[in-house]
Design a protein around this ligand. Structure first.
Ligand SMILES: [Zn+2]
Length: 321
């Protein structure tokens, strides 16, 4: 076995129960599971059910049944964000102590009318007569940089690209960015492997890691499955649910999407049983952890390329702009 040992590897898959798994979410689940199993790590499931208006009855058990049907076993008890609200409140408290939180009275419409990036309207106090409904975090004027294990060096200027972002929405729901970071810290997650649709969330999450004075995890963003009309498969655009009766075909197809992460051709994949196919994929998973020779992922092609080497370097966060 040439599997890389990493004693404290903790990964996770964090679906929202807004519908059943589809082929796109299977790719994210499988990539995250393979990376954890290849590194002999722990793989957790967290149900991200804070956005209650979008939750669908029965979706959580449907998702868990689908994962089981596809041989993606998890460690430890399934965690639900709806049962962890005190953690998010305490986190906001902590940030308030650092003077990083402010109330905001702006509507989504008002922000969109000004270009979609929060212009800082309520940053130094609410405008006269306005009532603060949401809570935002005060972002620093810095460039956040990290090395994605697949895509290579990434950087984002938060102030220019998103601005001060929401921690708690006007309807009282804790934001995705806050809850994800609080949970990943609390659960000891060291590796985040997820779809590339979340790449642009990473800078906001790194900013929160820094605000909480915590070491951030490493990131690997996986290619997205596109429908024939060029849209990302998602619950919102009604991607069909996975057929749990044909797990080998589904897994094979997900591995074809992830083929750039494997060191051998999909032509060699065994198709007789789920267990054989998964064992083969674990052995041939080839994305090194950071610190090992990095592979740069050409974002325009969404394919791995071994041609572009970057110098070994530790990820650096919050470098001054
Ligand atoms: Zn505002």
């Amino acid at each position: 076995m040439s599997q890389q040992m990493l004693p404290n590897y903790v990964g996770r898959f964090a679906p929202s129960p807004s519908g059943p798994l589809h082929q796109g979410s299977l790719v994210a689940a499988l990539g995250s599971w393979l990376d954890a199993r290849h590194h002999q790590g722990t793989w957790l499931i967290r149900i991200e059910d804070l956005d209650t208006p979008r939750n669908q009855p029965g979706a959580e058990s449907h998702i868990l049944r689908s994962l089981e049907a596809h041989g993606l076993n998890w460690d430890d008890t399934v965690v639900r964000q709806s049962e962890r609200l005190p953690l998010y409140e305490a986190a906001i408290h902590q940030l308030s102590h650092e003077a990083l939180v402010f109330p905001c009275a702006c509507s989504r419409r008002e922000i969109e009318d000004q270009g979609g990036i929060y212009p800082g309207t309520c940053r130094s106090g609410l405008p006269f007569g306005k009532v603060g409904r949401a809570l935002r975090v005060r972002c620093a004027e810095t460039t956040l940089q990290f090395i994605d294990r697949g895509l290579g060096p990434q950087s984002e200027k938060l102030a220019e690209q998103t601005g001060d972002f929401i921690l708690k929405r006007a309807d009282g729901v804790y934001s995705y960015q806050l809850a994800v970071v609080v949970d990943d810290i609390q659960q000891g997650v060291t590796q985040i492997v997820r779809g590339a649709d979340l790449l642009r969330s990473t800078a906001r999450q790194l900013f929160l890691y820094s605000a909480f004075d915590q070491t951030p995890p490493q990131y690997l963003h996986l290619p997205l499955v596109m429908s024939s009309n060029g849209q990302k498969l998602s619950k919102q655009n009604r991607a069909p649910a996975l057929d749990d009766q044909s797990p080998i075909q589904n897994l094979y197809s997900a591995l074809c999407t992830l083929h750039g992460a494997l060191k051998v051709s999909m032509k060699e994949a065994p198709k007789e049983s789920i267990a054989d196919l998964l064992r083969w994929a674990i052995q041939n998973w080839a994305i090194p952890l950071q610190g090992a020779s990095p592979i740069i992922w050409d974002a325009s092609q969404m394919e791995f390329s071994h041609d572009h080497r970057v110098p070994h370097s530790a990820p650096s966060f919050l470098n001054s702009a």
